[in-house]
Design a protein around this ligand. Structure first.
Ligand code: ADP
Length: 507
């Protein structure tokens, strides 16, 4: 029993009757009893409170412990990850074990280092792009500068060969023409490679006759094949459609390169171009092109390398056969652009087979066959031609060339003179150089078009850039030819553009 109740009972038992009724004494007993009650309650409360906080404390302590554990494990994992990322990350960088601040500091340092590296990369990428741009410009300027005199060399070589050279001059002339042709092919290869490299080469997609393309190609190699005592043949599956859509010029370029290699690296052997139909749908056909030879072949370890630019199978190849090692790199890149892949089977000493498949759209209606001009037909029936050209060399041979096709040629030495001459005389065609003093070819053509819409104009240009075509058409010119040009091509272009009545003698 609580003490205050005992005390109350003892007081009540031992005090005389009357005293208990005393107001003071009974309040005193009440106060004592209340104090005891309060004391008991506080005591019970504090005992309970103590018990509660002890369990809570234990709970919190346990939770903290497991959190610290998890945190330490995370830091350890972070450290492992950092070490995995960067093997150089030494313990010195993270001195006190499991210190999160060290890890954060380390990461901060790494982030700033990466940012610096990234910035340096951006700067060097910009520099590389500038250098690449400079290289492209340099090449196109150089090619322009080389093409102009080369035009004169090729053109004059061509003219001299037609002017009944003495027998002792024939061989020299042949060497001159072959060297000039090789130099031109080299410039074209470098320019093409540069264009592909810069992602600037765009493919044409026009209708062409595949049979004619192949026959012309083989015809062009017949002399070279004879010189090497090679048997040159071709086969085209009869099921292959004749009218194909694609870039005839680039397909020719690839086959040209493969055939020229096959003939070059084979003697007293066989070279064969074959076209097999792999698949055909209503609109497209897959054609397997292959150029095989029984020539020197290529060693296995060199096979991959020869597709790289400027690579040849060995240095002795360069000495014996010449070449730049660009042909296969260009061909393989061109085929990639056409969604094909150049492949090779070869065995040293036994021969090689270069092949690729192209999926091309076709036209299934027979098309009017293209008129192929025989060389006897190189007659322009006294057509009046205005040649607008400022370089004396080029005037000399282009004029002679044109006159050789039975034409009457006037020369204007700049674009302004040409405008005046077209005003005063009726020409069948104007051959217009683009770079000239006083007035260039573009401005001259524009001025001519202000009063004369009919006379066809062919631009003569030494630059081989892609933009040139659009610029020429914008200035009102119908066609262009790139210097140095093949005289037969110029003839065909003039022949196609001159009004038909000029050809009273041709059907
Ligand atoms: P180039 O013929 O100007 O050297 P290419 O890129 O066309 O350049 O050829 C690279 C090299 O591949 C050649 O130098 C030659 O070593 C090898 N090669 C190409 N075609 C043949 C072939 N038909 N037979 C043997 N070797 C070849």
């Amino acid at each position: 029993m609580p003490y205050h109740k005992l005390l109350e009972r003892q007081i009540k038992k031992n005090l005389p009757e009357g005293l208990l009724a005393d107001e003071h004494l009974s309040r005193f007993i009440q106060v004592i009893s209340d104090s005891y009650k309060a004391f008991e309650r506080d005591k019970a409360l504090s005992e309970h409170a103590f018990q509660v906080s002890e369990t809570d404390y234990l709970d919190i302590y346990n939770r903290l412990k497991s959190e610290i554990n998890i945190r330490n494990q995370s830091i350890q994992k972070l450290k492992d990850a950092i070490r995995g990322m960067d093997s150089e990350a030494k313990v010195e960088i993270l001195p006190s074990e499991n210190n999160l601040l060290d890890v954060i500091n380390y990461l901060n340092i790494q982030i700033s280092k990466r940012r610096e590296a990234e910035f340096a990369l951006i700067v060097s990428k910009e520099e590389a792009e500038k250098a690449n741009q400079a290289k492209t410009e340099f090449l196109s300027v150089m090619s322009h500068e080389i093409r102009t005199p080369l035009n004169a060399v090729i053109g004059l070589g061509h003219l001299l060969a037609r002017q009944n050279p003495r027998p002792d001059q024939v061989n020299n002339l042949q060497v001159l023409r072959t060297s000039a042709d090789n130099l031109l092919a080299l410039i074209n290869d470098i320019l093409d490679f540069n264009k592909i490299d810069a992602g600037k080469l765009e493919l044409d997609n026009s209708l062409f006759d595949l049979n004619i393309l192949i026959k012309d190609l083989i015809g062009g190699f017949s002399i070279k094949a004879q010189e090497m005592a090679n048997d040159l043949s071709f086969h085209i599956d009869s099921t292959i459609p004749e009218q194909i859509y694609g870039d005839a010029h680039r397909i020719t370029q690839v086959l040209n390169n493969l055939l020229s290699n096959a003939i070059k690296f084979t003697s007293n052997g066989k070279v064969r171009l074959s076209l097999l139909l792999e698949k055909i749908s209503e609109t497209h056909c897959s054609i397997l092109f292959s150029v095989s030879d029984t020539g020197i072949g290529i060693q296995k370890e060199n096979v991959e390398n020869i597709f790289n630019p400027f690579s040849q199978a060995s240095s002795s190849i360069t000495r014996e056969f010449g070449g730049t090692g660009l042909g296969l790199a260009i061909s393989s890149d061109l085929l990639k652009l056409m969604k094909g892949e150049l492949k090779l089977d070869t065995e040293l000493g036994r021969g090689s087979n270069f092949y690729f498949t192209l999926n091309l759209a076709y036209f299934d209606q027979p098309k009017e066959s293209i008129t192929v001009l025989e060389s006897e037909a190189e007659d322009l029936f006294n057509a009046k031609i205005l040649l607008v050209e400022d370089t004396p060399f080029n005037i000399l041979f282009t004029k002679q060339l044109l006159e050789g096709w039975n034409t009457e040629v006037d020369v204007a030495e700049n674009g302004a003179i040409a405008v005046e001459m077209v005003q005063t005389k009726n020409y069948a065609i104007v051959i217009m150089d683009l770079h000239m003093p006083v007035m260039d070819g573009y401005s001259s053509a524009r001025k001519i078009r202000e009063f004369n819409k009919e006379t066809p104009i062919i631009a003569l240009t030494a630059s081989a850039t892609l933009e040139i075509e659009g610029k020429i058409h914008d200035a009102g010119m119908q066609d262009y030819i790139t210097k140095p040009f093949n005289p037969d091509n110029l003839f065909l272009k003039i022949r196609n553009l001159i009004p038909k009545e000029t050809y009273s003698g041709i059907q």
